[in-house]
Design a protein around this ligand. Sequence first.
Ligand code: R5P
Length: 316
Amino acid sequence: MVDSYGELKVFFGSAHPELGEEIVQHLGIPPGKVTLERFADGEIYVRYLENARGVDAFLIQPTCHPVNENLMELLIMIDALRRASAGRITAVIPYFGYARKDKKDAPREPITGRLVSDLLVCAGAQRILTIDLHAEQIEGFFNIPVDHLRALPLFSRYLSEKALDQAVVVAPDDGAVKRAKELADRLNLPLALIFQRRTSSGSKEPVQVVGEVEGRIPILIEDIISTAETVTIAVDVLMERHARPEVYICATHPVLAGPAVERLNREEIREVIVTNTIPIPPHKRFPQLVVLSAAPLLADAIQRIHEHRSVSALFT
Ligand code: R5P
């Protein structure tokens, strides 16, 4: 095995230790020892409890809720590793928070996705490993290598085992068209698109449906379910167009903020299929929720990066 960056070590922050544990189990190594504490005023303290000099270090930390805490903890963990002379530092960010602000939509706005990229590099990250960035151009915000994995093969494998009869893959808004087309191609199913727009009050409304949905089982695909407004508007439109009330919704990142669970817990929705890039607390779990683990994919990618083998093989 090529080992030019030293021994492989995986550390994780407090955002999602269950995912970290699953990843190290797949890799067959123990988790790296690190202490994470808060000072009385809330400031974060990090100390590695084992040698990090010369190691090939992977830090697992989705920047999900509480976003600012988790991001800051990740930055401090990177800083401490750099100062401990790690051979290489890879930030493994299964869910990359702030990615939705990837451009200015109005004057005097920030581009927070870019700011976060700069912060990570400034702290000392030398590589990024992530899954389904909200926008592909975020890769270009970095001047270090970014390995950008896709959850789509997990969804397509899961759905193909169901062999759904008379289904149609639906993009619930224009941002989801590329993903939906790829899923439709993989499942050999037709594609339909729903276009939505924001009203002056800030809510969304459907404007157009393209494609045949009547009598078909809809399979929606999204990168993120936040408040579930986008997908539930799509479900309403599909029901009005006489699609079958057996909807499957796939989304990589279950942010599940605010009214999301209430909105998704309806009888026309058969399953909401997500991954565990973000921890889902018990009060946000509901009967139709299916969680596919991204840990094997991340573990495989970590092993390949460590051994300088191709990661693109994982996309197929
Ligand atoms: C937006 O561009 C994203 O792809 C998702 O459609 C959006 O973040 C989902 O948000 P919500 O669930 O609140 O409608």
